[in-house]
Ligand binder design. Sequence first.
Ligand code: NAP
Length: 294
Amino acid sequence: MPAELLDGKAIARELRDEVAAGTARLVARGVRPGLAVVLVGDDPASAVYVKSKGKACEEAGMHSVTIRLPADTSQARLDAEVDALNADPAIHGILVQMPLPKQIAADSVIRRIKPEKDVDGFHPVNVGKMLIGDTDGFVPCTPAGIQVMLQRTGVKTAGKECVIVGRSNIVGKPMVALMLQNTPQANCTVTVCHSATTDMAAHTRRADILIAAAGKPHLIKRDMVKPGAVVIDVGISRVEDPSSASGYRLVGDVAFDEVREVASLITPVPGGVGPMTIAMLLKNTLRAAERTVA
Ligand code: NAP
């Protein structure tokens, strides 16, 4: 029997409704959660992400600010923008859209954002808290969204083999940290694969929960997946498709049609992990704002 679809869109909708209700409660107490998104340059994919983040914020009843800076913006100018947002009481969450142009040191920008406004969860203080299991910090939105998706679908994680493909700072590594914690929604035995892994299939075939975040279209084939596994596809790549009006389509890291035949649950691309990422960003922003009145 083909795998059931893990409908990220529906769970994200649920979360966004919860965030909108929480926002309304906070507004009634005199605080409107505010998110500032900074976009440097004119990368078209980044512009699309930034637009959808702003729209989602407004739909949840939040205050949304988008700061667009030219591609040749200096480090000093961006630093000054971050400083101003750090000091602005109407802004509770700050997100600087990656990737940044070459002249800007992304690490330094991430460190400049106040940890309590770092709703992306990339500041070393928040990364450290996540690693030691301190739930007081912010967790990066994509891995946090995956964990919530598993939890709300009733996927049992404790004692399971979780294999993660990819070790980036925004997806793979935080995913490892989350699934490793001694909590009911994690407690997995975790394996991480990357570009230097030899015989990756030997690892992925052990996975009860397989999370693919390599950014390589259709890297995960049917024979790399254990029958009955839960498969989470984080990858989003554009591939040429002359049959579509745009000339391309979005695909994941998983060869969906064939893997669906062996998995028990699988996320589609698009419509799986992506919507959860935005929902978690809103959730983090609401939390950041709630803390200012607690
Ligand atoms: P990234 O920074 O490029 O990292 C990719 C990781 O995959 C690296 O650790 C790399 O290994 C590993 N990798 C690459 N090719 C591999 C292979 N053939 N076998 C095993 N491992 C391999 O990418 P990212 O930012 O983590 O994003 C990954 C994908 O998720 C992208 O398609 C991105 O667009 C997507 N994404 C989606 C969302 C969402 O909301 N749905 C959010 C974030 C990212 P090395 O470390 O050895 O180079």
